[in-house]
Structure formats: structure tokens, C-alpha cells
Write a protein that binds this ligand. Structure first.
Ligand code: ADE
Length: 420
């Protein structure tokens, strides 16, 4: 009998299995964790709801959690990021309930979150804090049974910290994003490669020689800027934080306000986690043919209402590309409906970086399941030893050896008497 599900097409399962196994080859750290989980069952009979992008990499995490003994349900964390063959494989081949269909409307998206909550989870796993939000707004009756959660992304962590500061957070949550082995690699190299990948898959437009505007110079923005430069684009960075702006200048980029960049850009990518960072006035001054994409968590960064209001017509040009014909005759092109372009138009971050992100998720779930009784309703970081261990395992898997401090060096670093 198949497990509970709402997916697009179960007949896609074998395609999904082949692609999940392909991703697994690049996820050696998660593999080691899964092998230990199989032996030790650290999540035995714990009910979990995981709201994540349903990709081949997430499938490997879900399998590890299942093998740890968890009673897991999975729903999507974005209406456009589900890979339907992966959802089918999880249900048909791996016995994991999934509620996710690519292209689902908002109502279905939230119905799926509710379905993932129907078995009253004790642990939640989020990417963007939508499960936490639904639990705290619509299913408060389930809150007493939840002992802890994990959160994947910068945007989710910001939301959760705001909840904790308000005294509104109902249980402790581990901010996976804060681990070095998460944000330094996933946000930078993962977003960097997959965002450029999404833009190229959607448009097949040459980047070399074009003005490529990166809005926001956090870890994600840095990754995208460096990869776009690697493709030969002239990168312009816009930023509100003076330290980050200074870093962008010294990394060799042109830095200017978005109002100026708006006039120059051929491509725009937003990665700020904030609202309307490309606003009506910027859309008004863009060149005919400018291509707009967002790689931040929510579709709030480009003012889509203004873009729609300014347009006298819109049409789909090719998968993930929509043309907006403005009243003054210019055309602007929006990729992936302004949702995460790396997941809407490509496949998200490559498995080799998700290996570390999801190693953190797996160990984060184990850590909170073990330690929740010692915690308050706050946002926690994983202990540094876990970060170090994940990095050590990854280096080992990559065949990279490093040095260790000698006893003399270790002593030197902990003594205050030594000087010139
Ligand atoms: N977030 C970004 N890329 C991802 C991927 N490949 N799988 C799951 N979540 C992601």
C-alpha cells in the first residue's frame, strides 16, 4: 500500500530513483551519517514534518531521516521547486509521504503544509519557516507536542529570531544556516553556481560582456557576483551595508546605488531577503530587454505589482521567461515568476554543497531530539564541534589532507607569557 501523498505522477518514480542515486554519489558526508543512523536509530519513532525544496538532494536527506527511525512527512517549501519525479520516487520507492506538486497554487501549497502536519509532528524541519508560521498561526493545538525544529535558510532564521525576540516562538529551533559548513559553501558556491545555471537554462543568453547587477552582497550575492564575473560579465554590486559594500569594492566590483545600476544593467539578480529592492522607479529607468531574476527566498524582492501595473501586456516567451510589455514600448523579462531562479529554472544547489547543508540538518535534528529538554524557546546554533566534524569528513571524502598543530604550537596559542 502506498503511503499518504499528494504528488503529480507516481509513474515518474523510476526517473526519480536514478536521479536521487546520481546526487547521492556527491553526498559522502550525508552517506556516512545515514550509515550511522541506520545502526543507532537516533530518531526512532519521532514524528517529523519537513518543509523543504523537494529535490534529489532533499530526497537523500529524507532517506537518512527515515533510516534514523523518523516517521517523516515531506512538503514543498516553494511552489515551483518540486521535482515531480523525486516526489514520486520518495512515495513509491522509499515509502516516505510527500505532499508537493510543481507549479502548485498558493492554496495547494498551504494545504500541503497542513497535510504534512496532520500526524502531529514532534520535530519540524523548515526552509523559510513556513511550517513554523502555519503551526503558530493556524495549528496552535499542535504546538504543545512539538519539542524542537531546524531551519535551513537566512530568511527563515531572520523570521525566527524576530519571533523569539517577541516571545512568540513556541519551541527551540536550530539555525542550520549559521553553521560555517552551511552558509560559507551552500550560500556562496551553491547559490553562485545554481543562480547562473538558472539564468542560462532559462534564457540561453550570453553573459560575457554584459552588465550584471547583483543586488545584495551577503554570502549568496558574493557567490553570484564571482560566478557571473567568471562567465565574463561586468558585475555591478548594490548594497546597503557599508562594510559589505567596501568588500565588494575591494573584491573588484563597481558599487553604486540601485537607482544608478538600474540604468546600466542587462541582468539583475536580487539576493537581499528584503522587500521591493527593485522598485517601480528602478523598473522605470531600465533598458529595453533587461532580464530580471530573484535568488532570495521569497518572491518579494522585485516589485511585481508595480511591474504588472506598468505593463500593457505580458506573455510567456519560453519556460521560466515572461515578457512584460511596458506602456512606453520597452520590454522587461522576468525569470521564474520572480521566485528563486536557481530552483525554478534549474535544479537548485549541486549535491556536493547540499551534502554539507543536509549533514547539518541531519545532525541538527539528532541534536535537538537529544537536547531539547535543556533548551528554551529560542534560536540556537549547532555546536562548533559538529561544524568541524562535517568539514573534516568532507575534506576526507575529497582526498584532501591538512596539518595539525604540534604540541608546541598548541601550547603557544594558549599561553599569554610568550612575546617577541
Ligand atoms: N536549496 C537550494 N538548493 C537546494 C537543493 N538542491 N535541494 C534542496 N534545497 C535547496
Amino acid at each position: 500500500m502506498t503511503v499518504p501523498n499528494d504528488i503529480a505522477n507516481i509513474a515518474l518514480a523510476q526517473d526519480g530513483v536514478r536521479r536521487i542515486e546520481w546526487a547521492e554519489r556527491e553526498m559522502p558526508v550525508l552517506r556516512l551519517i545515514r550509515e550511522r543512523f541506520l545502526r543507532e536509530k537516533p530518531l526512532k519513532d519521532i514524528r517529523m514534518a519537513a518543509c523543504l525544496h523537494v529535490t534529489t538532494e532533499t530526497a537523500n536527506l529524507a532517506i537518512a531521516l527515515r533510516d534514523a527511525g523518523a516517521d517523516l512527512r515531506v512538503c514543498a517549501s516553494n511552489p515551483l521547486s518540486t521535482q515531480d519525479d523525486v516526489a514520486a520516487a520518495l512515495v513509491a520507492e522509499y515509502g516516505i509521504p510527500v505532499f508537493a506538486i510543481t507549479g502548485e497554487d498558493n492554496e495547494t501549497y498551504y494545504r500541503h503544509i497542513h497535510q504534512a502536519l496532520e500526524h502531529a509532528p514532534q520535530l519540524t524541519m523548515d526552509d523559510g519557516a513556513d511550517v513554523v508560521a502555519v503551526l503558530h498561526k493556524d495549528r496552535r493545538d499542535l504546538l504543545p507536542g512539538v519539542v524542537g525544529g531546524t531551519e535551513e535558510t537566512t530568511t527563515g532564521v531572520i523570521r525566527l529570531k524576530a519571533m523569539a525576540a517577541d516571545g512568540a516562538l513556541g519551541y527551540p529551533i536550530v539555525a542550520i544556516n549559521e553553521s560555517d559548513t552551511k552558509h560559507l559553501f551552500d550560500n556562496r558556491y551553491g547559490t553562485g553556481q545554481s543562480t547562473v545555471d538558472g539564468i542560462i537554462r532559462a534564457t540561453n543568453v550570453l553573459l560575457a560582456g554584459k552588465n550584471f547587477v547583483v543586488v545584495g552582497y551577503g554570502w549568496c550575492g558574493r557567490g553570484v557576483a564571482s560566478r557571473a564575473r567568471g562567465m565574463g560579465a561586468q558585475v555591478i554590486v548594490t548594497e546597503v551595508n557599508p562594510v559589505k559594500a567596501l568588500e565588494a569594492v575591494m573584491d573588484g566590483y563597481r558599487v553604486m546605488p540601485i537607482a544608478d545600476a538600474a540604468r546600466e544593467g542587462d541582468f539583475f539578480v536580487t539576493l537581499t531577503g528584503d522587500l521591493n529592492v527593485i522598485d517601480r522607479e528602478h523598473l522605470e529607468s531600465m533598458k529595453d530587454g533587461a532580464i530580471l531574476a530573484n535568488s532570495g527566498h521569497f518572491d518579494s524582492e522585485i516589485n511585481l505589482k508595480a511591474l504588472t501595473a506598468m505593463s500593457e501586456g505580458r506573455r510567456r516567451i519560453r519556460d521560466s521567461v515572461e515578457e512584460f510589455r511596458l506602456q512606453d514600448g520597452r520590454k522587461l523579462f522576468l525569470l521564474g515568476e520572480g521566485r528563486l531562479v536557481n530552483l525554478a529554472a534549474a535544479e537548485g544547489h549541486p549535491a556536493a554543497v547540499m551534502d554539507m547543508s543536509f549533514a547539518n540538518q541531519a545532525l541538527g535534528a539528532e541534536w535537538i531530539a537529544t537536547n531539547h529538554h535543556k533548551l528554551t524557546n529560542a534560536v540556537y546554533e549547532l555546536p562548533d564541534e559538529i561544524d568541524q566534524e562535517i568539514a573534516r569528513l568532507k575534506l576526507h571524502a575529497m582526498g584532501v589532507r591538512i596539518d595539525y598543530l604540534t604540541a608546541e604550537q598548541q601550547k603557544y596559542l594558549t599561553s599569554w607569557q610568550e612575546g617577541t
